[in-house]
Write a protein that binds this ligand. Structure first.
Ligand code: ADP
Ligand code: ZN
Ligand code: ZN
Length: 762
């Protein structure tokens, strides 16, 4: 284009650096064709650094700075890697989450796609495989018998060649045999020297091919199951709702068959040429749902989450910007950043799950809300699904912002489980408890096992016990760096800090008083496992929590599903959407640790968690049983769980939130102040609190206070919460917070103190 080449063009670029701005570079004439919005560019930064950035805007406004550096190269020579909707999403995120554009970019782009001369990240490497093809001699002999060519001693060569001919189908198609990798051939017939001789003698040739790492689905795909009448009604309701609303909430009780409804919707969207993003809160869940989806969508789908290697992420990304993109992405929250050219539907399953929120590092984004924003930027619809919707989403449905579709019956009309609440305090007084188990729970589990059924035991704490404590003086073993009590793990006989991951030995005598009675207080999943083994000898037990997940949650879930284990003990992980056919009993070992948590969302979490755990019981053929053990049998939330009274729970919660001015009636922002010097941190936090009060009013600024864990990695932590009214636009709230922080940070003597933000903390 003549017109473009005579102009001097500049590019505004996002760079992965902790500065709250875009950077402007000159576009050299030779690169003007390639340097377009969304393209990745390699640029100089500072004296020696070279970074990859993304172009957000091309323009001809000369920047005011006097030296403007040039773009070194454009990395996307075919199509830009980043779509317009993604650029907007990053911009929105930087604003909403109060992070830098670079933070958003780092979360979005796999490290392999942003080479950087100073980083330790490994750049993307394509996978090259060596393949075998017929050599000249073999081609000449096609059809005729070549075995005469081998001497009697070359048995191995003959064998290997026969194998190749079999695997490649050379006999039927000598011109175009199927590709066989050298590794496959070598595995089938182990002789490296024979392979070499065959090549030297001109029978076989080798060539390299870029194969990629993306898994292929080998099975046959099937049609989805047909929907029940109730499911069909919900399905129609959702489509009806999407006529005039962008977001629809599907409130369907556990095991009502929501996943099946999603499958039908996905099918429709794909048939019309659209793409679907299916978000799950936890990757541990993807195994089961992946198989269900793969049966229907085969190679049209891919799975994307934080456990995928960076190389795989890059390949998924490349495939998505190609002309043959995946149609369905099943992923954890980070999948919202993928380049989806034809996104038409986003499904957020288990939308209430707190794990949709990214806590650290920045950007501290809520995956569900980000997904809704992405959909609206892409012209797509969002379906939120849950048996226990978040208070926020349900409120949006109540006031008409979202559509609402309700599904009140379980698939096949199986009754929701019978829930029994057991008073462990009383049973303990009467000496009826056996360790952590009430007679009722023992009876129900035994009954289930006798009938060939399975049980799930839930406890929200991993490890063997809570803490190591001295009964004589009260000393508690803590992490040196983090001011947090350690969790004892019996299997390794160590105490672990779950904040920084450091392991400690448990001392044999109390370092404080020299007492010899150190013992563990509280209990975790490991101890439950031990007690189960004593109570039910010979029963096959498995444990699913973050510790065991390291060695492979997939096999744990599979074994339980296939009936190779009888009792599954687990933390939060077992509460999330898992679908087992034969679980007839669910036990919640100690509901107290769920109920008493000092947070305005505690009741919401407790209700959701218990209702979800309970929802794992009796999903396939008959009503299940749930035993909830507690020392507070009269807690109101327990009764609501027992009656599966979502509406009652919602009404009570919303009244409380209104009375205490909590979301959805206000907007919360948490500012965290950190530093190694406690006095400085305190001074900064107090000053910030005063400055914030000037903008928001004293009663709308809470703190500073020290969080339950007030020191992590040697850094002291103070927090301030701002409760802003909904009448104030969120952009203005953020601007005022930023001003108050700048004012504080510019005060003398506060060097080394950092401030970080969390909008809508969970
Ligand atoms: P939810 O997601 O609401 O908890 P699921 O979709 O997991 O429920 O369904 C619960 C169980 O019922 C699953 O095992 C599923 O395979 C089965 N199911 C649901 N709908 C159907 C259907 N239409 N046909 C056959 N099986 C179904
Ligand atoms: Zn620690
Ligand atoms: Zn002591």
């Amino acid at each position: 284009m003549y017109f473009r080449t005579i102009m001097t063009l500049y590019a505004d670029v996002i760079l992965p650096v902790p500065l709250n701005e875009l950077f402007t570079y000159l576009v050299p004439e030779a690169l003007q064709q390639l340097a377009v919005e969304g393209a990745r560019v390699y640029v100089p930064f500072g004296k020696t650094r070279r970074l990859t950035g993304i172009i957000v805007r091309i323009h001809s406004e000369k920047p005011s700075a006097h030296t403007i550096k040039e773009i070194l190269s454009v990395l996307d020579t075919d199509k830009p890697s980043v779509l317009p909707a993604q650029l907007k999403l990053m911009e929105w995120m930087a604003g909403y989450c109060m992070c830098t554009p670079g933070d958003a970019m780092k979360a979005a782009l796999p490290a392999g796609m942003r080479p950087d001369n100073g980083s330790n990240d490994h750049p993307y490497k394509p996978r090259i495989e060596i393949f075998v093809k017929p050599g000249k001699k073999l081609t000449e002999y096609s059809g005729s018998d070549y075995s005469t060519l081998f001497s009697k001693t070359a048995v191995k060569q003959k064998e290997l060649l026969d194998k190749y001919i079999e695997l490649s189908g050379f006999k039927d198609n000598p011109v175009n045999p199927s590709p066989v990798s050298r590794k496959t051939l070598a595995d089938a017939c182990k002789s490296a020297s024979a392979m070499k001789s065959l090549q030297e003698n001109g029978f076989l040739d080798f060539y390299e091919l870029e194969t990629g790492r993306l898994p292929q689905f080998s099975g046959q795909t099937e049609e989805p199951q047909s929907l029940s009448e109730a499911q069909q009604k919900a399905f129609d309701g959702i489509k009806e709702c999407f006529r005039n609303r962008n977001v629809c909430l599907l409130h369907g009780v556990t095991s009502s068959g929501k996943t099946e409804i999603y499958i039908h919707l996905i099918k429709e969207h794909i048939a019309k040429g659209g793409q679907v993003l299916y978000l799950l809160p936890e990757i541990a869940l993807t195994t089961q749902i992946m198989h269900r989806l793969q049966r229907v969508f085969g190679d049209d789908m891919c799975v994307y989450h934080s456990r995928c290697s960076d190389n795989i992420r890059v390949e998924v990304w490349k495939r998505l910007v190609s002309d043959n993109p995946y149609k369905l992405i099943l992923g954890a929250r980070s999948a919202v950043f993928l380049p989806l050219q034809k996104l038409s539907l986003v499904i957020v399953d288990e939308e209430h799950e707190p794990s949709f929120k990214q806590e650290d590092p920045a950007p501290r984004y809520q995956g569900r809300n980000t997904a809704i924003m992405l959909a609206s930027l892409s012209g797509a619809r969002t379906l939120l699904g849950s048996a226990t919707p978040s208070i926020e989403s349900y409120t949006n449905a109540m006031n008409g912002k979202y559509g609402l579709v309700t599904l009140n019956e379980r698939f096949r009309n199986i009754k929701l489980p019978r829930i029994e609440i057991i008073d462990t305090a009383e049973l303990r007084r009467k000496k009826y408890m056996q360790g952590l188990f009430s007679p009722q729970l023992i009876e129900q589990v035994s009954l289930a096992l006798e009938k060939g059924k399975q049980a799930i035991l839930f406890h929200n704490r991993r490890g063997y016990s809570g803490t190591v404590q001295c009964p004589d003086c009260g000393w508690v073993q803590k992490c040196d760096r983090c001011d947090v009590s350690l969790t004892f793990h019996k299997s390794t006989d160590t105490a672990t800090c779950h904040y920084c991951g450091r392991n400690y030995k448990v001392p044999s005598v109390c370092p404080s008083c020299g007492g010899r009675n150190l013992r563990s207080r509280g209990f975790g999943t490991e101890r439950i496992e031990e007690e189960v083994q004593n109570l039910f000898p010979g029963v096959r037990v498995a444990r699913l929590d973050l510790d065991s997940a390291k060695s492979g949650y997939e096999s744990i879930i599979n074994d339980f599903q296939e009936g190779r284990t009888d009792i599954l003990i687990g933390t939060q992980m077992v509460s999330k959407g898992l679908d087992f056919d034969k679980v007839s009993v669910v036990g919640i070992i100690q509901a107290d640790s769920i109920i008493s948590y000092p947070d305005f969302r505690a009741t919401e979490r407790a209700f959701q968690l218990m209702a979800q755990v309970a929802g794992r019981a009796g999903r396939k053929d008959e009503q299940g049983t749930v035993i909830i053990q507690t020392r507070q049998p009269d807690a109101a939330v327990l009764d609501m769980v027992r009656r599966n009274d979502y509406t009652g729970f919602y009404n009570e919660q919303i009244e409380e939130r209104c009375a205490f001015f909590y979301p959805p009636y206000s907007r919360l922002t948490l500012v965290t102040v950190k530093g190694t010097d406690l006095q400085k941190v305190d001074r900064a936090a107090n000053a910030l609190s005063r400055n914030l009060a000037d903008y928001f009013g004293r009663d709308r600024v809470l703190g500073p206070d020290a969080p339950p864990v007030s020191k992590v990695q040697f850094r002291h932590i103070r927090r301030i919460m701002i409760k802003a009214g909904l009448e104030q636009p969120s952009a203005s709230v953020r601007a005022q917070i930023n001003e108050a922080v700048s004012k504080t940070a510019s005060q003398d003597g506060l060097g080394g103190v950092t401030f970080s933000f969390d909008a809508d903390p969970q």
